[in-house]
Design a protein around this ligand. Structure first.
Ligand SMILES: [Zn+2]
Length: 428
């Protein structure tokens, strides 16, 4: 089974998706202004992929714990209570308050099931608590019985419209935006196939996966990048030489050298060796490329690591940290933690960083020197922003400025990969 067939088979085996038979859709400018306010932005024009095949939709976790919420649609919607089959037409309702009542989701005056699928009418978007998204919305009561998970069912290409502008400045070079589009599309499919089958959603919209801001991130430049690369993904050989859709990681700036995936995420992925990147330094903000020293007291180190990893409590209290492996260009890729009771444990460098600084905004990368002092750890000479694996976004922009194409950019950061096209949507 080749990779494209495999993708299709995997997708077709997924749970039922409600896909309206939409064709030739245009979202009117007035509606776009209604959703996005009066900020100056490009009009939202044809709905890319909204009539695409069912198997090419993705499920994006929008909110994990809603207790009450508001839903607005420009032309109403229908709601189906999953399980009891009740379908209610809300075509006359454009704004509704919703909540969970006694284990069932209340939509207006109707008390439906613990799971509800909402399908907006043309122009097929909804605004949930002030944020606009294309596609459908599924609401599922959590196991606690007190909150609701909101999952956006959206065609892959439409989803990407809300990702590219959230992940990269949309005023950047078109070739950089196109490289970002291919990386984001590939990453999404990889995560979907890896984790989606075991849960009610495929991908989160946080830094843990990739950002997705729906309609507010869209404009004509983003749309062009998605259209110009529609269906294009990267595949590469695994450790056995079989081609697969690998997680096409990317990060803000690599600090001058990207890192091998296995040293950061534990994935032994052939397409992702570290490469020297002279392109990002001139693009990244100076304070993001050369960041200020950061200090953590040993008490902070111990507390934060144990908060993230309960298993470390067997060390009682962390009293010492040693770097035991460095990756390309001096990146800290593994540390050994020593406890007050003499026990030790090891941790990958990126996990160590995100334990100390979950926001990643102070300790911006693990490409730094760590010095131990009596009362803490000092990180100096830090360079780059993010995990540094795969495509370097600032580097992609640097290369695009020099006239390199998105294909050249992608083969630079994912050297053993190749570009293939899969069916993701009908022609818009
Ligand atoms: Zn770089």
């Amino acid at each position: 089974m080749n990779v494209v067939t495999e993708i299709k088979a995997l997708k077709m085996s997924r749970s039922r998706r409600r896909v309206p038979r939409w064709a030739g859709l245009w979202v009117c400018i007035a509606a776009a202004v209604l959703i996005t306010g009066c900020k100056k932005r490009d009009a939202v024009t044809p709905t890319v992929g909204i009539d695409s095949p069912e198997r090419t939709w993705v499920r994006v976790l929008l909110f994990g714990n809603l207790r009450e919420w508001t839903l607005e649609t420009p032309a109403g919607f229908t709601a189906e209570g999953i399980g009891n089959g009740e379908v209610v037409d809300f075509s006359d309702s454009t704004a509704l308050h919703m909540e969970l009542t006694d284990g069932r989701i209340r939509v207006g005056e109707h008390l439906l099931s613990s799971q509800v699928l909402l399908v907006p009418n043309d122009p097929y978007y909804f605004v949930l608590n002030g944020e606009g998204f294309r596609g459908n919305l599924k609401l599922l009561m959590n196991d606690d019985g007190e909150s609701v998970m909101a999952v956006n069912y959206v065609p892959l290409e439409s989803y990407l419209l809300g990702v590219i502008g959230a992940e990269m400045h949309s005023y950047w070079e078109p070739e950089a935006l196109k490289a970002q589009a291919v990386a984001a599309r590939t990453y999404c499919l990889s995560i979907q196939h890896r984790f989606g089958a075991g849960r009610d959603w495929d991908i989160a919209r946080t830094q843990a996966n990739q950002m997705y801001s729906g309609l507010s991130a869209e404009n004509s430049r983003v749309r062009q990048a998605v259209l110009d690369t529609t269906g294009q993904i990267l595949i590469g050989p695994d450790a056995n030489g079989n081609e697969w859709v690998f997680p096409a990681y990317y990060s803000s700036s690599c600090g001058g050298h990207t890192e091998e995936s296995r040293y950061v995420f534990g994935d032994d992925l052939v397409p992702l060796p570290g490469v020297a990147c002279p392109w990002c330094e001139s693009v990244a903000r100076h304070r993001d490329f050369f960041w200020e020293p950061v200090f953590y007291s040993m008490d902070q180190v111990s507390e934060r690591l144990m908060m993230r990893y309960a298993s470390l409590q067997r060390l009682e209290r962390i009293t010492d940290v040693d770097v035991i492996r460095e990756g390309a260009a001096g990146r800290i890729t593994q540390v050994r933690l020593t406890g007050a009771n003499g026990r030790t444990s090891t941790l990958r460098g990126e996990d160590f960083r995100l334990s100390l600084d979950p926001t990643g905004r102070r300790l911006k990368s693990i490409l730094a020197t760590m010095t131990k002092s009596q009362d803490g750890l000092l990180f100096e000479n830090g360079r780059g922003f993010g995990h540094g694996v795969g495509l370097c976004q600032c580097g992609a922009q640097g290369q695009a400025r020099q006239g390199r194409s998105y294909r050249e950019i992608l083969s630079f950061y994912y050297p053993a990969s190749r570009l293939v096209t899969i069916e993701t949507s009908a022609a818009p």
